[in-house]
Design a protein around this ligand. Structure first.
Ligand SMILES: [Zn+2]
Length: 370
């Protein structure tokens, strides 16, 4: 097989990593199902279970899986198959935020296989909004119940471990997802005309209404409002002053209804297409185990203290391999920022790069070892 050398090299590196790494495993480990993946698929085998962290650690040392995932669900018998024989006991609520879901214009430039700083900062912003604007204020989830980790590639996973939510079945989870993604957010629910005047939500209103007003006060509105307003600070100020009292008509905006309708439509968190949302609502889903390596990048799905999420830079902080140079032949890549340095774009050249970046390229299937 053509990539055999690459696979052997990456596996060896992963094995070295796991040989010295004590992994912090999830709560209720003995009730989780595990799945592992290889070069071809992120999950090639599932229905594994481990009675304690020692046995799991052994597994990592001996097998150095390229991908490791565990069930968001807890089961009576996690290794039983098929799934309905496992005895479902509950499941964490997990949100999977991926920059690929955000329909960002930069994807056209660098392609789906790659991320740029723009992708990563935008998906981080969504992650912060999910926690600060929804989970904590609207669902009353305590910060101690929330864990965030880098997905290992293009986004973040948010795990909520709350006794009440753990027993929610798919339907309830879908409702939560619909709420945070603003599915069915309706302009007419928030706005009304009083005579010719447009009256709308105030920042102190509960739920989505208050959010609509607060986002209008906080966000840069330059891409939705006409220049005649955005370029004049005093008009923008007057507009915002009006919104604070629910008067969305303090400044004349041409086609105001269309403008604010488009604004509301764009506020929901983008958690993926319909299909992905169903997967996220799936109570039997397997999710990347935090602090394990991602075989599609060689980066760690690192746990993050979310108070420090702001400073977290995955292309620096999730790197686990070293600086020692290796020589690779790179196929085609955009410009990539990695470990604080810029590389590429490459067009089929042979280069010497730090091992960590070489592994990144090999895992992306964009380079071969020389
Ligand atoms: Zn990008």
């Amino acid at each position: 097989m053509e990539s055999e050398r690459e696979i052997a090299f990456v596996r060896k590196k992963f094995a070295d990593y796991y040989a010295n790494k004590e992994i912090e495993f999830p709560e209720k480990l003995e009730q989780r199902e595990w799945g592992f993946g290889g070069w071809k698929d992120k999950i090639e085998a599932r229905h594994f279970s481990f009675p304690n962290s020692k046995s799991l650690q052994e597994y990592f040392k001996n097998n150095a899986p390229l991908y490791a995932s565990y069930s968001v669900a807890y089961y009576k018998e996690p290794e039983a198959r098929p799934i309905d024989k496992k005895g479902w006991l509950g499941a964490e609520l997990v949100f999977d935020l991926d920059s690929d879901h955000l329909n960002l214009p930069c994807i056209a430039k660098h392609g789906k296989n790659w991320v740029c700083e723009g992708c990563l900062s935008e998906v981080k912003r969504h992650t912060q909004r999910l926690i600060e604007d929804f989970l904590v204020p609207d669902f009353g989830i305590r910060r101690e119940e929330i864990e965030v980790n880098f997905s290992g590639n293009r986004g973040y996973h948010v795990h909520v471990n709350n006794e009440k939510l753990n027993s929610l079945e798919s339907y309830g989870r879908r409702e939560i997802l619909d709420y945070v993604s603003g599915t069915g957010l309706d302009f007419n629910r928030f706005f009304a005309k009083q005579g010719a005047r447009l009256v709308g939500p105030e920042p102190t209103d509960w739920g989505w209404a208050g959010k609509v007003a607060r986002y209008a006060l906080k966000n840069d509105l330059s891409n939705i409002l006409p220049r005649s307003i955005v370029s004049k600070p005093e008009r923008l100020k007057a507009l915002r002053k009006g919104i604070e009292r629910g008067n969305w008509d303090a400044v004349r905006i041409p086609k105001k209804t269309d403008v604010w309708r488009a604004f509301v439509k764009d506020l929901g968190l983008r958690l993926g297409r319909e299909v992905d949302k169903q997967v996220t609502g799936d109570v039997t889903k397997l999710i990347r185990a935090p602090d394990t390596l991602h075989g599609g990048s060689g980066l760690s799905a690192k746990r993050i203290d979310f108070k420090k999420l702001d400073e977290f830079d995955p292309m620096k902080d999730a790197i686990v391999f070293g600086e020692e140079e290796i020589e690779v032949k790179v196929s085609r890549t955009p410009k990539i920022k990695f470990g604080g340095k810029e590389y590429g774009p490459y067009r089929g050249e042979q280069v010497k790069v730090p091992e960590a970046f070489g592994i990144y390229l090999i895992c992306k299937k964009a380079a071969k070892r020389l």
